[in-house]
Write a protein that binds this ligand. Sequence first.
Ligand code: 3HC
Ligand code: NAI
Length: 689
Amino acid sequence: MSSSVSIGNNNGVAVVTIDNPPVNALSFHVRELLMQALVSLRDEPSVAAIAITCAGRTFVAGADITEFGKPVRQPDLRALVAMLETIAKPTVAAIHGTALGGGLELALGCHFRVADTGAKLGLPEVKLGLLPGGGGTVRLPRLVGPLKALSMIVSGTPIVAAEALADGLVDAVFDGDLIAQAVSIAADMVAKGGPFTPVRDRNDRLDQANLPAFDKQAAALSKKARGLEAPIACAQSVRNALTLPFDEALAAERDLFVKLVAGDQSRAQRHLFFAERQAAKIAGKDVVRRKIARVGVIGAGTMGGGIAMAFANGGLPVTLLETTQEALQRGLTTIDKNYAVSAMRGSLSEDAKRQRLALFKGSTDYADLTDCDLIVEAVFEEMAVKKEVFGRLDAVAKPGAILATNTSYLDVNEIAASTSRPQDLLGMHFFSPANVMKLLEIVRADKTSPDVLATIADLARRIGKVPVVVGVCHGFVGNRMLAARGSELEPLLLEGATPRQVDQAFTDFGWPMGPFQMVDLAGLDIGWRNRKARGQTADIADTLCEQGHFGQKTGSGFYRYEDSSRTPLLNPEVEALIRDKAAGNGIAPRTIGTKEIIERTLYPMINEGAKILEEGIAARASDIDVVWVNGYGFPVGKGGPMFWASLEGVDKIIRRLDHWHQQTGKDVFRVAPLLRQMAETGSWDGAAG
Ligand code: 3HC
Ligand code: NAI
């Protein structure tokens, strides 16, 4: 038998081992061999019990995602689990690492499950725009109850072994030799004698009286779905487990799965799954990474504090440096408060809070940075200040230390040139709040050495960030495209749209918030300062700033905010200001529809993305999608701007851009040659990078 499924025998207990690196996904060849193995063991008189286990770092982490969208080859997972449930001999799944998706569904086909203390178990299909399609929605509620199953399946978040034990998902948790333990349990069961009840026949936790509570929780979760179909389908399918006979509920699960897997949303989310992993592959495994054991962060303001927390959350000790003791104390107090809030909300234990706080060391003396392997600068966005900081770092940082700037817009090559070690310098562009937002734009300067890029990409994943390498230009990938997205916002207002209407169009599209709400949250003054520095103006936003309306922090911006609440209220003064400005520009207001709002904001942004690819600022269109989904909340179900362009129709986008370009002559509408090429070939390849 091939090595991807092998059988051992331990005193009458057959041990079936799946070995399909890297994550033991249930690819066709594994399913086929596993089916053969199980059939032979079922019929083999010398085998009294069966344990299923995995080689390598994990139990089966799911179906093979690369097979989705292709014709299904039998046996599929459902057939495999159904067959497993016909075995009268005791069957035990021995789980280490992550039993996810189809992996957990396979384990649910066994009579018993035992897990290693470090194991995690979950059904994350929802994150791929799917529902568990191998019986997970129908079997899991039978073990853990419908409410727990609902929360696990709709969130997709795995639970740890101890929780799984408490909830009844696993029967025992062990440290040490898991297979030996699984074999021992199987032997005990043989000694005890059957019959053993398959999960499909365990109905004691399916109490119909739970239905009202279930519906209440399902309705609350559905509200958060923001246009995504999968969470709703997940909830429906778990409900079916509660209300329908097993086989009917299973068939309904299958129908929902087939529909979702063929849909655009799941295609988009699967695209993102692979795009994120592709983006993180920055250099070959043979490039020797530098060791990062301690990090320095300069500046304890909004970003520096968040960045320091991001490293501490990843277990790294951090030296935080400020100009004065007072500024340092302010920064450390904010960090303290943030952790206290997490502890209060229950997302961080008191113990973990103490451990994290113990990782911080504050200083006002650059000499304290000499033991740092990486130093990230997050001081004011001014070239002179940055150069001064890097000049001092050059003098104190140890040889081989990596130096990084968190600049949003400044020229990283110029910063690098101001040091004697440009090969060690790069941009690490975190997003606010840096301890929460997952995106990290890694800015590759002309002289950044490949091992520095590779080290930072690995480090990013280590601290739970999603890294994307970008080149040097004003705003890199994200903020440069954000500017293109915003270029038509003021014209839309002047022509008759309202801030609320624009924001509504965005949230209907699936964004977490619209652009005017976003600017009110971030502060209008940031863009104002930036525009002034570049000699640019924005009629409406500049006037609001001149009148002191900076957004939430001043109680008014594009919206009004009462009693320091974050709820945006209509601001009649802004509406009047817009109409005044329109009249002053001789523009008669007209009705503007949602479609026009989306097209005039998102099409220029996609066009800018194509220009970014042409210039080699991003290496792949999928990298741009990763930036936008993880840094700016582009709806996952649409796969990022470049993926969505194909769904929307690149021909149509070009026609609209050409039309607006003819009408206005604006550069944002000048169609990128790569966009035209994409329309002809269906591929973004051919970009400069
Ligand atoms: N199918 C195919 N390839 C997979 C895979 C899967 N289910 N899971 C991971 N891989 C691949 C990755 O693409 C990556 O390939 P690469 O090296 O060529 O880029 C490689 O395995 C390693 O993956 P990671 O880099 O993500 O490794 P980590 O160690 O960081 O994480 C993991 C491991 C937690 C298992 C993570 O890979 C993961 O979350 N995988 C997906 C789990 C999942 O979604 N399972 C459900 C699948 S859908 C399903 O089962 C449907 C069923 O209900 C019918
Ligand atoms: P901030 O004003 O909140 O913090 C800057 C901090 O740097 C202040 O605490 C200041 O005392 C300190 N500082 C100034 N000069 C210093 C020096 N020479 N040595 C040590 N500390 C010094 O600014 P913020 O928002 O944190 O921005 C910092 C950097 O991060 C900027 O380059 C900005 O463009 C960038 N950035 C900001 C984002 C945001 O949303 N605020 C997002 C991404 C990047």
